[in-house]
Design a binder for this molecule. Structure first.
Ligand code: SAM
Ligand code: SF4
Length: 338
């Protein structure tokens, strides 16, 4: 009966292959662009999907064409025995790639076990190479632990590692050259990401938002020669380059200044069990009640896809445009998974 199982195609003809799963809304850090310093309310543990429920969802959507899974959060490594979930997902037919997005603080001692469980790749978020500044942006993080994690991942073969760097005007944009210079000697892919106006007041965002053409200006100032690259594994929406002679590479993810919605192939599952068809909008569909009923779960995913907008319209936030066609999500990045 496999032939009759529907594929995850939305109203704009986009086939979905990629599911990002948030395994927790909790985090050991409080990055300034993601969470408030105090007062975050977290879901009680009985509202969070169990590993068995998550694996059931993955089994069903793998039959509909999902082949790539990313585990995220909150901080996924604060959830106990994440290795167990990785192994459960790795055993599901059709799943070809399991990656992890993490702040890297707890990763070094677990990198080997995660790799053995079936993890393919990691993205590590690190917005500054400077200890004091890293501590300020993350409200308490220790950059040395993240650097140790990068080394541990290289050692166990969880590579090439991607480093996610959210660029903020006047906060870390003076480190663009330092981050790119890292790629000269190491097999690291640095991904500069535009700060997105997700789930919080736009005053801070408008002050700190920096369009990523600044990265190319820095390359010109440094008189660096570079070429486009198209061979970055799992490169998603990023536009990628390599300095001449460098081992690693760097990329730009600019959801605000140049959206890439026309090629969006991703769905999200929140820790409390909602399918989110679009990162930026409010629509969400509770999956827990259909776990155990494959037909109903497939229909729920198709219903969710039916509401997916053509474009997230984040650039309109910048212009103060009133005419946004949907309601923006009130959830924070840590509650969606980024
Ligand atoms: N805690 C993990 C981490 O930080 O990598 C995973 C969850 S975090 C929400 C996923 C990604 O979203 C991180 O790379 C983070 O930098 C990014 N992120 C969070 N808030 C953001 C925002 N407002 N704009 C752009 N990226 C954001
Ligand atoms: Fe935590 Fe990641 Fe959000 Fe930072 S970006 S507060 S590490 S969930």
């Amino acid at each position: 009966m496999t032939g009759s199982i529907p594929r995850l195609v939305d109203n704009f003809g986009r086939q979905h292959h990629y599911l990002r799963i948030s395994v927790t809304d909790r985090c050991n850090l409080r990055c300034i662009y993601c969470m408030p310093e105090e007062g975050m309310e977290f879901e009680p543990s009985d509202k969070i999907l169990t590993y068995e429920e998550i694996a059931e969802v993955v089994r069903v959507v793998a039959g509909m064409g999902i082949s790539k899974i990313r585990l995220t959060g909150g901080e996924p490594l604060v959830r106990k025995e994440l290795e167990k979930l990785v192994a459960m997902i790795a055993s599901i037919p059709g799943i070809e790639d399991i990656s992890l997005t993490t702040n890297g603080i707890f990763l070094a001692p677990r990198a080997e076990r995660l790799k053995e469980a079936g993890l393919t790749r990691v993205n590590i978020s690190m917005d500054s190479l400077q200890a004091d500044r890293f501590k300020m942006i993350t409200r308490g993080g220790d950059v040395r632990k993240v650097l140790d994690s990068i080394d541990a991942c290289v050692k166990v073969g969880l590579s090439p590692i991607k480093l996610n760097v959210v660029l903020m005007k006047g906060l870390n944009d003076d480190e663009i050259a330092d981050f790119i210079a890292l790629t000269q000697e190491r097999d690291i892919h640095v991904r500069f990401i535009e700060y997105m106006p997700i789930g919080h007041s736009d005053t801070q965002w408008k002050n700190l938002y920096l369009p990523l053409n600044r990265v190319m200006e820095v390359c010109a100032e440094q008189q660096w020669e570079y070429a486009s690259v198209t061979t970055i594994q799992g490169n998603g929406p990023s536009e990628n380059y390599r300095l001449n002679g460098a081992i690693g590479s760097f990329g730009l993810i600019h959801p605000v200044s140049e959206h890439f919605c026309q090629t969006c192939n991703r769905l999200r599952l929140t820790a409390d069990g909602y399918i989110k068809p679009c990162l930026a909008w409010t629509e969400q569909f509770q999956v827990r009640s259909v776990v155990g009923n494959d037909e109903a779960m497939r229909q729920l995913f198709l219903d969710a896809l039916g509401t997916k907008p053509e474009n997230h319209e984040m650039s309109k936030f910048l212009q103060g445009d009133e005419e946004i066609s949907h309601t923006p999500t009130a959830r924070r990045m840590s509650q969606i998974g980024g």
